[in-house]
Design a protein around this ligand. Structure first.
Ligand SMILES: [Zn+2]
Length: 151
């Protein structure tokens, strides 16, 4: 059994520092000396300390899935997603990235990068705009780099 690595070079979209908070109204114990403080509880009184339960707001960090972002907002089957696991997500178009063969040398020039980025940003303008609207402009970057894919 072998593992194949594919190296691609080219433009990609990066979404960084994403977290979507959801707030939920819950009943909880608000006694500062109770270990159950702000944990969702049911009934009228805290099962631990006996204090009356009160309304509290529970903030939950929702983890997004890169495949969901791809499906909902990028909507381009030629794109691939990668979730870095730290709130950063990468989306690259297989067709727009240059695939390196083993032993191949690529000359990457500033002009070539610039040209690729201009083309990519122009061709995927609608997608980039949509992502900026949904996640905020400061979370969306078009970059140029190397992606390693394990197949
Ligand atoms: Zn309590």
């Amino acid at each position: 059994m072998g593992v194949s690595y594919v190296v691609r070079v080219g433009p990609y979209i990066e979404l960084s520092n994403l977290s979507v908070d959801s707030k939920k109204d819950i009943m909880a114990c608000l006694n500062k000396s109770c270990p159950e403080i702000t944990k969702p509880a049911s009934g009228k009184f805290c099962a631990n300390c006996g204090d009356k339960l009160s309304h509290a707001e529970l903030t939950k960090k929702n983890k997004l899935r890169s495949s969901q972002i791809l499906e909902d907002y990028i909507k381009d089957f030629k794109f691939y997603d990668h979730d870095a696991g730290d709130g950063s997500y990468y989306f690259y178009s297989r067709e727009r990235m240059y695939e390196m063969d083993f032993g191949e040398v690529a000359n990457i020039t500033p002009d070539g990068i610039k040209e690729d980025l201009i083309k990519f940003t122009r061709d995927f303008k609608d997608t980039i705009t949509r992502l900026e609207e949904v996640f905020g402009e400061n979370h969306v970057t078009v970059s140029y780099g190397i992606v390693t894919i394990v197949c």
